[in-house]
Design a protein around this ligand. Structure first.
Ligand code: 3H9
Length: 697
């Protein structure tokens, strides 16, 4: 019938099967094919029921996201769903794998729904900056009530078949193939003489306090608009007749389609998938990794070991003494207890991981048989070199030696071994069993299959892997150092750390830079400052002195109860530490600075401009391959708001010429810090965007 939708008859049942790999997205041809299938079945008097199926691993993953932003083409999905629901024949959706977004909306337009036990359903449109636009906000509440519908629609989370059955979203769970299930259910319904049953005919559900729900969702979304707008669309399902509710949903959908947040989130969706797609790795087979060594069982090493154990690897944890090894085991067990509580593993699994899969050792010889070893010891070049020399001596040929360093020169570390081709940086983020980002740092001599192994391991551990070249801080920490410096300069010039934190959380960051510093530990920045001073700071750089005073007091942030903020026991959020402003004011007057006022908008602009300028240098120098690599680094490792898509997508959205003009204006006063990135200048001169570079890569 069509290339992507097949039509077939089994007696009085018509089977309309979508075959549009990889995920049966509802592109124009699929929508047309579905419509034609329904019309063909309706025209055939012998057919009494229509079963809609998806071939392959999912039922339907939703609208075709690649079509968004282009002019819509007929048949439109809401009309198609309406037409399916209006069919005089019984329509059954037989679901398996994922039924998401428009895919679930097609199922909701059917009169009955059956799913295999492993099926997942959801309306994840909010993750794309949208809302369900084909009746999801109108039909789902009629089936589940408002509360369950708002939970699924505003969070975009997936529900399993059991939950879907419980809340009334599907009618039945059946073992067997979707085809068999669909046919059996259709026969049963026909046998019982069941009538067609349109969800739109069901009475509207009971109302709730809509304004309260709207405000709560808006606050939770930290500036994201789409989830809050879902509340208004669901409200329409209760307050308006079905057809008018559909119109309201469509209006909001079209409004959201025009937003920058939609652009940012769709950029994030595709970049998240493209980031590990490197041409140089095509056809390169990774080495086998089943046993992993971890050196150093502090917070980072224990987190890495936890992630590896949860991914089914054997782990050898090497520590300096039996006591330190015991402490490391305690940390790993604590992490695994968390996984146990969240139902990720059961008690038997917990015991296997801690007692069988994990080996503690204090002698390097224990690492002689591991396939890959990750060093997470003290961040000091001489210490790292010693570790790598020892590893080189004991590890088997072909074993990969990885450093978790966050700043140091991995080329220099590799040179301490006789196998630089087997050396790589695997930079995890703390807590390593939770944070999604892994920077795969590639020194000059690393073999391609070692890089491929880094990516394969990261994927196995559930990480988003970004390739980074070697420089001080790689992609993420190098950019962080620059935008942190911009924040420090603003403090000297008149903004308070607290206003800066407020401005950036209002922009969408999970936390502002000073609250983050308190969380990470102020001693970390102190150590970096000391190292940089030893290496020699360029005399043109503006520096701040007061952060050292905080550390000299022994105030290292949350872990000591005091830093930029004071933390009362049992409370996560702190209150401003009054001593900080005293020190800042003293430093300003000692330096003869007259403080100026900063609006939140000015704070965000300067902070983001510094981030973008450094990011453009990182891309221009090839440390990051593409702008999207920077975007994913900041999104998954640094709490950057997903709805902006990443700093370079943000830059495209606000406009590169204006941003460069600001940078050049600030460079008149501080040419050292604000030196414009050559790549940024080149893009402005040639009228291109960062995303043009992504597309060309
Ligand atoms: C919507 O439905 C709007 C409607 O309410 C109203 C309309 C009017 N379109 O994730 P994977 C690609 S909005 C186009 O790696 P998995 C993906 O880019 C939609 N392409 O597989 C990748 O391509 P590549 C609401 C799509 O097994 C390949 O398929 N739905 C789409 O790990 C494999 O994807 C969603 O937001 C799409 N809809 O996970 C669901 N989906 O190979 C989005 C995927 O070139 N999708 N691709 O990199 C997912 O969550 C996951 O893909 C899924 C499979 C769970 C289905």
């Amino acid at each position: 019938m069509s290339d992507v939708v097949a039509y077939e008859k089994q007696g009085e049942i018509a089977l309309v099967t979508i075959h549009n790999p990889p995920v049966n997205a509802l592109g124009q041809a699929v929508r047309q094919g579905l419509l034609d299938g329904v019309l063909q079945a309706e025209a055939d008097d012998e057919v009494k029921a229509i079963v809609i199926l998806g071939e392959g691993r999912v039922f339907i993953a939703g609208a075709d996201i690649k079509e968004f932003g282009k002019p819509p083409t007929e048949p439109f999905l809401p009309d198609l769903c309406g037409r399916i629901e209006a069919s005089p024949k019984l329509v059954i959706a037989s679901m398996h794998g994922a039924s998401l977004g428009g895919g679930l909306e097609v199922a909701l337009a059917a009169h009955y729904r059956v799913a295999v036990p492993g099926a997942k359903v959801g309306l994840p449109e909010v993750h794309l900056g949208l809302l369900p636009g084909a009746g999801g906000t109108q039909r789902m509440p009629r089936l589940t009530g408002v509360e369950a519908a708002l939970d699924l629609i505003t969070t975009g989370r997936h529900a399993g078949a059991a939950e879907a059955l419980k809340i009334g979203l599907i009618d039945r769970i059946a073992e067997g193939s979707p085809r068999e299930n669909g046919i059996a259910f259709a026969k049963e319904l026909l046998g019982e003489g069941k009538a067609r049953r349109a969800v739109s005919d069901l009475p509207p559900p009971a109302p709730i306090d809509w304004d309260a729900a709207y405000e709560a969702v808006l606050a939770k979304g930290r500036g994201q608009i789409a989830p809050a707008m879902c509340v208004r669309a669901v409200q329409a399902s209760v307050e308006l007749p079905f057809a008018e509710g559909m119109k309201r949903e469509r209006d909001i959908f079209m409004e959201l389609m025009q937003t920058d947040q939609r652009k940012g989130m769709i950029h994030a969706f595709f970049s998240e998938r493209a980031v590990s797609n490197l041409p140089e790795l095509k056809g390169v087979a990774p080495r086998d990794v089943s046993a992993l060594g971890v050196i150093g069982g502090g917070t980072m090493g224990a987190g890495i070991a936890t992630a590896a154990l949860l991914a089914g690897l054997q782990v050898v944890m090497l520590e300096m003494s039996p006591e330190a090894a015991d402490a490391a085991k305690g940390r790993i067990s604590g992490n695994l207890q968390g996984a146990l509580k969240r139902g990720k593993i059961d008690q038997a699994g917990f015991e296997t991981l801690t007692e069988k899969a994990l080996t503690l050792a204090t002698d390097y010889a224990a690492l002689s048989d591991v396939d890959l070893v990750i060093e997470a010891v003290f961040e000091e070049m001489s210490v790292k070199k010693q570790v790598f020399e020892k590893l080189d001596a004991v590890c088997k040929p072909g074993a990969i030696l990885a450093s978790n360093t966050s700043y140091l020169d991995v080329n220099e570390i590799a040179a301490a071994t006789k196998r630089p081709a087997d050396v790589i940086g695997l930079h995890f983020f703390s807590p390593a069993h939770v944070m999604k980002l892994l920077e795969v740092v590639v020194p000059d001599a690393t073999a391609p299959d070692v890089v491929a192994t880094g990516f394969a391991l990261g994927k196995r551990l559930g990480k988003i892997c970004v390739r980074a070249g070697v420089c001080d801080g790689f992609i993420g920490n190098r950019i962080l150092a620059t935008y942190r410096t911009a924040a420090d300069h603003m403090v000297l010039d008149g903004a308070s750390p607290y206003e800066i934190d407020k401005a950036l959380t209002a922009f969408g960051f999970a936390m502002g830079p000073f609250a983050v510093a308190d969380l990470a530990g102020l001693d970390i920045g102190w150590a970096v400052r000391k190292r940089k001073r030893e290496e020699g700071i360029d005399p043109r750089a503006r520096t701040t002195d007061y952060p050292d005073l905080i550390c000299e007091e022994g105030w290292f942030g949350q872990k000591t109860g005091k830093g930029y903020y004071i933390y009362e026991a049992g409370k996560r959020a702190g209150i401003p530490n009054p001593k900080i402003m005293e020190w800042i004011e003293a430093e300003r007057s000692a330096k003869g600075i007259t403080p100026q006022d900063f609006t939140h908008e000015q704070i965000v602009r300067k902070y983001m401009a510094a981030m973008v300028n450094e990011a453009a240098k990182v891309v221009g120098e090839g440390i990051a391959r593409r702008p999207l690599d920077v975007d994913m680094t900041l999104l998954f490792g640094y709490g950057f708001p997903r709805y902006w898509g990443g700093p370079l997508m943000w830059a495209d959205i606000v406009g590169l010429p204006d941003l460069l003009a600001d940078i050049e204006r600030w460079a008149e006063e501080d040419p050292f810090f604000w030196e414009p990135a050559p790549l940024l200048k080149e893009l402005v001169e040639t009228g291109r965007s960062f995303d043009d570079l992504n597309k060309a890569a």
